[in-house]
Each structure stands twice: as structure tokens, then as C-alpha cells.
Design a protein around this ligand. Structure first.
Ligand code: C2E
Ligand code: CA
Ligand code: CA
Length: 411
């Protein structure tokens, strides 16, 4: 995953919270969410003021330790990181322990860019897992490439062939009028072997590192469009697209073909592209091409990446989605409040629309409305819902035609 270039050399730490897929079988989604939030809160406790935290997936973060180039300092940081997870989280009355593993990469003469350091840290993390160590400091030259869990990857390939992936839909509302304006499609895996619905954190990061993500995303786009074409024409649908897919022109062609086949109006389709990492120049061109089709480009997780203001200025986008970590904290933290307010003003001055995700209470919804935010999404309104439930609940009065048949026809 390319992160920005890094001239001064800062140590990179890849931190992974383990055991989530096992927990998913015994705990509810809500408890898992709280557990992940506590994990992130504790990571923040370890950070110094110039350190940064980038989200890679819900259970994996990259901490950039500002100007920590010395092995001794990094060992101290490692000890701190391990210690901060000694005590369990107290979730809904029961203690939940953390299993956290860290891979470090120290900058060196030959490896100082963020992307090199992330690769080294990735290898260190993998070795730490294999050796069951809480952390490992990677060495220069330690940059094996990829595949961490070949068995799971093979199962993902098989699941794509079998059409086991589906979308849940989370509604989005106009801040000013509080009517539904769209829905975000969030992938779920109906794992037939394990007989359960698997959440994205169990597989999406692995899928995104493999070419299978292209087939999967196209499949999900087709599912979303085939479904939404039957919704009221005022309701749009969003699909998440990893920036990597935008490196190739043919992805944009696939989007154009899908719109064409279903006769779907392009402005009703939003592509949510995460802000994490810098897009290569080819991706910029392809984003332009996608916008020319008329689809809406949204910058997801806005504020959590490593982007400069000039990078932001040049991004061909119509919308930003302010990351839920800021939205959730904005009522209690002055700084988070300022970040949200500032992001809204910045986006509006750049002629972009603003969506706030992670709206969990009425006060936050009202505050965001006062700040001029355009669209609201979050648990206070509703969670991501299975397609039939979403349509029954939100579109029954609006739907134009009958819902389409089973997904298998569309894959
Ligand atoms: P995201 O795109 O930022 O999606 C928002 C996540 O926040 C969703 O989790 C959603 O269920 C959750 N969420 C929504 N409202 C609230 C709220 O009020 N409070 C809290 N605490 N959480 C809320 P989900 O569905 O587990 O998806 C997690 C991530 O997986 C997504 O983050 C996205 O990065 C990735 N993902 C999901 N679907 C796809 C997909 O089709 N393709 C790709 N490439 N990635 C996907
Ligand atoms: Ca999203
Ligand atoms: Ca997001």
C-alpha cells in the first residue's frame, strides 16, 4: 500500500489486532465495534504529538513514529505499545483481552520511503506472527512480498466464483430535510461453508491485495446497480472502490459497461475511494475519466490519510466523507469538532459536498446540520441492512418497480 514519500525517515509500526474473526462468531457486531474503538483509543495514548496514525483496515493501523530513527527508542515504543494492551477492555460488563502484534521498520539509508518501510514492517509483522512474538523490528532488505493467508485467499476466490458476496445497504439522509437520499453498499460474505455472514474486516484487506478485488468489485457494482435501478430515481447507491483499481483504465470501462447494461443514470452511482495512501498519476486520470462518465466520486475516510492540501486540491472528486473517528468524537473533543467544521468549510469552498459517517446520536446530527454538512449516515439513523430489509423499510413507499430476482442471475 503506497503511503506518501517520507524524506526524513520515520519509523513505521504496523499494528494488528488479532482474533477478530473468531470473536465475530461469539460477539455481536456492536461489541466488536466497541472493542475496535477501544483498541484505537489505546493506540492514541501511546502516540506523541507529532506521531501519526493511519487506518489500513478496521483491525490494522500504521503508526508513524516521528523522527524515531534509533533502535533503542523504538524498543521503548514497542514496550509501551505492548503494555498499553495489558488490561482488558470492559465491554458491556465483561472483560475483553487484546491480542496485539506489531511489526516495526526503522528508516535506513536504503529504505526511507513510506512504501518501503510499510513493506518491511509487513514482513516483520508476519514473522512476529509465525514466531508468536508480540513485536519484531524488521531489517533492511526484509521485504518479501505478500500473500499472508493463502488458504483464506483461495476461499475468497472460490466465493467470488460461487457468488457468495452480497451488499448490505446503509441509508444516507439529507442533513437539512432528513429524507433518505441514498445508500452505501457494504460488502458481506455469505460463507456457505461456515454458514455465517462474514464482515469485511475478516477478508477485505486480503482481497484488496490480490487481483481478485477487481472481479469482486465489478460483481458488487453489478449487484448494486441491478438493485438500485428499481429504486426511486431520487435515491443513489454507493460502492467502495480500493484506489488500486483505479490504476487500470479498464476498471472505468467496466463501470461504463455496467451503467449501460442496466440503463442506470451515472449521477445515481457514487464510487467511494479511500483517501489512505497517495494515488498514482494513472489513477488521477482514471478518476477524471470516471467523473466524465457522470458518476460521483467520493473521498472516503477523509482526514485519516496522509494527504497534503495541494494533493486534496488536485483530487478529481465531488464529495468527501468525513471519517467516523472525527464525527464520533466531535461532541466531546474541541479539536475533533474543529477538524469536522474545517473539513466542511474546506470542501464547500472547493465545491464539494460533505457526507458525515458515524453519526450515532441526535445531538451530533443536529450539530453537523448546523455546520452545513450535506448528508448524514450512521447508526443513529440505521445500520447496514440486508437488501430486502433496507427496501422494505426505506423504499416501500418510493419503489418504482418490483425488486429484482435472486443475485445469482446477476453474477
Ligand atoms: P467504510 O467504507 O468507512 O464503511 C463504514 C463502516 O462503518 C461500515 O462498516 C459501517 O457499518 C460502519 N458504520 C456505519 N455507521 C456507523 C456508526 O454510526 N458508528 C460506527 N461505529 N460505525 C458505523 P463495515 O460494513 O464493517 O465496513 C468496514 C470497511 O470495510 C468499510 O469502511 C470499507 O473500508 C470496507 N468495505 C466495505 N465494503 C466494501 C467493498 O464493497 N469493497 C471494498 N473494497 N471495501 C469495502
Ligand atoms: Ca465507504
Ligand atoms: Ca469511511
Amino acid at each position: 500500500m503506497p503511503i506518501s514519500s517520507n524524506k526524513r525517515g520515520h519509523t513505521h509500526a504496523l499494528i494488528k489486532l488479532e482474533g477478530l474473526s473468531r470473536l465475530a462468531e461469539t460477539m455481536g457486531r456492536e461489541s466488536i465495534q466497541l472493542y475496535i474503538e477501544e483498541f484505537v483509543a489505546r493506540l492514541k495514548k501511546v502516540m506523541r504529538s507529532n506521531d501519526r496514525l493511519l487506518k489500513i483496515s478496521p483491525a490494522k493501523y500504521c503508526m508513524i513514529l516521528h523522527e524515531a530513527e534509533d533502535r533503542h527508542l523504538v524498543e521503548l515504543a514497542a514496550a509501551k505499545l505492548v503494555r498499553v494492551f495489558d488490561l482488558p477492555a470492559n465491554l458491556l460488563g465483561s472483560p475483553m483481552y487484546f491480542k496485539v502484534r506489531v511489526g516495526f521498520a526503522l528508516p535506513s539509508q536504503n529504505a526511507s520511503s513510506s512504501s518501503q518501510l510499510v513493506k518491511i514492517a509487513e514482513t516483520a509483522l508476519r514473522k512476529a506472527t509465525a514466531q508468536d512474538q508480540p513485536f519484531l523490528i524488521g531489517e533492511e532488505g526484509d521485504q518479501e512480498s505478500d500473500v499472508r493467508d493463502p488458504a483464506l485467499l483461495a476461499r475468497i476466490h472460490q466465493a467470488v466464483d460461487r457468488g457468495e458476496f452480497l451488499l448490505y445497504y446503509q441509508p444516507k439522509f439529507s442533513a437539512a430535510f432528513r429524507n433518505i437520499v441514498g445508500a452505501e453498499g457494504l460488502v458481506r460474505w455469505h460463507d456457505a461453508d461456515e454458514k455465517r455472514i462474514r464482515a469485511p474486516y475478516e477478508f477485505i484487506e486480503l482481497a484488496e491485495q490480490d487481483p481478485v478485488i477487481e472481479t469482486l468489485t465489478e460483481q458488487l457494482l453489478r449487484i448494486a446497480v441491478a438493485r438500485a435501478v428499481h429504486w426511486d430515481s431520487s435515491i443513489s447507491v454507493a460502492v467502495n472502490v480500493t484506489p488500486r483499481l483505479l490504476e487500470a483504465r479498464h476498471f472505468v470501462q467496466s463501470v461504463a459497461d455496467i451503467l449501460d447494461v442496466y440503463g442506470f443514470a451515472p449521477p445515481r452511482l457514487t464510487l467511494e475511494v479511500t483517501e489512505r495512501g497517495h494515488l498514482p498519476p494513472a489513477a488521477f486520470d482514471n478518476l477524471h475519466a470516471a467523473r466524465e462518465l457522470g458518476v460521483v466520486i467520493s473521498i472516503d475516510d477523509f482526514g485519516t490519510g496522509n494527504c497534503s492540501l495541494s494533493y486534496f486540491r488536485d483530487l478529481p472528486a465531488d464529495q468527501i466523507k468525513v471519517d467516523l473517528s472525527f464525527v464520533k468524537a466531535m461532541r466531546t473533543s474541541k479539536k475533533d469538532n474543529a477538524i469536522v467544521r474545517g473539513s466542511i468549510d474546506l470542501a464547500h469552498h472547493c465545491d464539494m459536498q460533505v457526507v458525515a459517517e458515524g453519526v450515532e446520536d441526535e445531538e451530533t446530527a443536529d450539530l453537523l446540520t448546523e455546520m452545513g454538512c450535506d448528508v448524514l449516515q450512521g447508526y443513529w439513523f440505521d445500520k447496514p441492512l440486508p437488501p430486502e430489509v433496507f427496501e422494505e423499510q426505506y423504499l416501500a413507499g418510493l419503489r418504482q418497480t418490483d425488486e429484482p430476482d435472486a443475485y445469482s442471475d446477476l453474477l
